[in-house]
Write a protein that binds this ligand. Sequence first.
Ligand SMILES: Nc1nc2c(ncn2[C@@H]2O[C@H](COP(=O)(O)OP(=O)(O)OP(=O)(O)O)[C@@H](O)[C@H]2O)c(=O)[nH]1
Ligand SMILES: [Mg+2]
Length: 391
Amino acid sequence: MNKVHIGIFGKRNQGKSMLINALAGQNIAIVSNVPGTTTDPVKKSMEIFGIGPCVLVDTAGLDDSGEVGKKRVAKSLESLKIIDIALLLISNNQFGEDEKELIKQFNSFELPYIIVHNKADLQVLNPQCRSQLEAYGAPVIDCSAATLQGLDELIQAIVKTTPASAYSKENLLDDIIHEGETIVLVMPQDSEAPEGRLILPQVQVIRNILDNKAIAICLQPSELSTYLAIHQPDLIITDSQVFGEVSKIVPDSIPLTGFSIVLARSKGNFEHFLKGTQQLRQLRDGDTILMLESCTHLSSCEDIGRHKLPRLIQQFTGKQLNFQFVAALSPLPSLDNISMAIQCGGCMVTKRQLMNRMKEIISKKIPVSNYGMTLSLVNGIFDRAIKVFSK
Ligand SMILES: Nc1nc2c(ncn2[C@@H]2O[C@H](COP(=O)(O)OP(=O)(O)OP(=O)(O)O)[C@@H](O)[C@H]2O)c(=O)[nH]1
Ligand SMILES: [Mg+2]
């Protein structure tokens, strides 16, 4: 099950950090009467009685000014992409432009929110302010992070307002595999693999196979032929980097796909990726491709996105292309002259994050693909790799 991500926003000194501590029932965020105490978004994983496992995201005050302050505000707004529900904190019956602007942002991300009037122990929400707030249609809760009054009501409102999609797990193979089937996973453990453990997509797929009461066989490419000489698995999922090599070994009678394609499907926009990948066949000299990365620390992904893929795409198309790279979910550059965008697998980010990132690109009708699908297309096995999903 996914953890619900709850973001807390508001001007400085409204009690955002104190409310997080109140919800968590422990002191985890720094609280002080100096405005601007929280500078960067802080994510805390916790279990809240009544809500269950969740991640609370504390943010810097929205009214922070100056050059650094503005950067902090921008950082706070970046958190909108990863959360499922937002709490907008005010106090002292003060509701102004900053808050209205924030609500506009919530709406543009289609993000459900709750307006929380905090510090009710000092001043309760007056009827006039309450009716102004209620006009937005979101729940309005009067509470105090200091005395905990109204906290139960807030928790109930969070539970009621959180969309079901926040809890739903990403569907990996539930509709593809069946109880008792054998799935072979081709997982090279080369110098790019992390020491002593498996990478997240592999772990997720193994878990999903077990959840479906199917059988996972893990092997490296060098053992595949030997295995297939005596066994006939129901499906083979390979690391996309060895797609070409593996597809030559696997007979046509056995369905074959890639981890990155399985993962891409679970992160949404799959139909757009299916269609957009075909754009690789249409590229022309001088076209610019936007390469979208999601994390900062997986050097093997960086190597694929920055070097391997551009080289393979050049070879495949025979065209002179430009590549523009966007690191670690950074804001998108101008999309004016972009011919297509290729997103990394996004194994370290949530479905919501990826969907939000792709939203603007897709709305501009720019074709989108991802690393795995691009790799399979340039290796000539795209049609084969997506077949299992196009029933
Ligand atoms: N009386 C009372 N004081 C509160 C309440 N919530 C917060 N405070 C006080 O308000 C001040 C600011 O609280 P913080 O939680 O640090 O506020 P913040 O919104 O995180 O502020 P920044 O990190 O600066 O943006 C502290 O002095 C808290 O003790 C409350 O419900 N009642
Ligand atoms: Mg704070």
